[in-house]
Design a protein around this ligand. Structure first.
Ligand SMILES: Cc1cn([C@H]2C[C@H](O)[C@@H](COP(=O)(O)OP(=O)(O)OP(=O)(O)O)O2)c(=O)[nH]c1=O
Length: 205
């Protein structure tokens, strides 16, 4: 019987990326509580790489707890993407001014995009019998972002559900001079690392 893969994510990009692997994926969304959202706030001066892994584990744990309650089983995946500029975390912008500030700070420089993935196997009696985490870092160099572009981009609404206020897969891609790492990782789910993680879990479960 094929493995049931559950993606614990609201991100439409993550679902599309997983589906490009030809997998049958179901989305599982745990109820968002204010407490859970508060836990996703970075600690003061938290290292971006540690932050992205911590939050990913929180997302996975919340999904596993909720899935147990509903007696669901299979391979469960959660992920988080964080943009880091000179060691500072750039999350999703809360308003136009924050988006503007983020995009201007990314102009004509290189930043990092970290995507962590955590997965676990939940068996038929609700036990987690195998788990694995991974994190993938890409380097993205933007050319100068003209102010007229930044304003129009913010007005389009595209920056608001994205870490660092941009999506490489959209019109901001025209200013990406160079990347090293994983294009799918920058979009939210590194396909090479995620496939390896899933194979590992399936073998170990
Ligand atoms: C840098 C970058 C980020 N992003 C997106 C990927 C993620 O969806 C989003 C970062 O937010 P995340 O908090 O990682 O994920 P999410 O809130 O969208 O979904 P969930 O927590 O339910 O899994 O930014 C792009 O789509 N393109 C990019 O180039």
């Amino acid at each position: 019987m094929p493995t049931q893969i559950w993606l614990a994510s609201r991100s439409p990009r993550r679902l599309e990326l997983l589906q490009t692997l030809g997998l049958q994926v179901r989305v599982f969304l745990a109820q968002n509580s204010p407490e859970a959202e508060a836990l996703e706030a970075p600690f003061e001066n938290e290292d971006p790489l540690l932050y992205v892994q911590r939050v990913t584990q929180l997302k996975l744990n919340a999904a596993l707890a909720a899935m147990r309650m509903q007696q669901l089983s299979g391979l469960v995946l959660a992920a988080d993407t964080t943009v880091a500029l000179n060691g500072t975390i750039l999350g999703k912008p809360q308003n136009d001014a924050e988006a503007f500030q983020m995009l201007r700070s990314l102009s004509n420089t290189t930043h990092q995009v970290h995507t962590a993935v955590a997965g676990a196997w939940l068996n038929a009696i609700g036990r987690n019998t195998a788990s694995k985490n991974t994190v993938q870092t890409s380097h993205v160099e933007f050319a100068t972002l003209p102010e007229t572009f930044i304003h129009a981009y913010i007005a389009s609404g595209e920056p608001f559900d994205k870490a660092g206020a941009y999506g490489i897969q959209g019109i901001a891609g025209q200013y990406v001079r160079h990347i090293s790492g994983s294009h799918s990782g920058i979009m939210g789910l590194p396909l090479f690392e995620t496939s390896e993680l899933m194979r590992h879990i399936q073998t170990a479960a």
